[in-house]
Design a binder for this molecule. Sequence first.
Ligand code: SME
Length: 153
Amino acid sequence: MDKGQKLARYERICGQLAGLLGRTADTQARMATVTALLYHKFDHYFWCGFYRLVDRDLVVGPYQGPLACQVLARGRGVCWAAVTGGETVIVPDVRRFAGHIACDARSLSEIVVPVRDAGGAIVAVLDVAGDKPEQFDEEDRQGLETIVALLTR
Ligand code: SME
């Protein structure tokens, strides 16, 4: 996609989600709606889903794409890096990310966005993987952070 096209598509998706997410306050339903819409809107998405903080573990939530790890070992991988660092992590090439957890060997790049509750505490992450290196950039960061904020609105 040309520069700016991707962000414009995220903005259109945000508009759709603003209407869809208003239909229920249920977090699982909202997460399922976000993953379903995002996954089918972007060709560079190989996998898209949530990992939720449950009793201090990262446990898989709604996702789209190949089979994923159900629980992520604490302290390793991109998702835990986003939780502990408290900010979005973009990985151009997962083969160069120490401790990367490969739920599927075809994942080669990744972006992980923390999900915060109304009080600002991190309660989950939104994880998106691509099957080519360098699939994610600042437009994905901006678009996904805007979408994630809709979850707890
Ligand atoms: N790659 C992630 C784990 C999630 S599975 O790839 C969907 C990580 O390193 O945390």
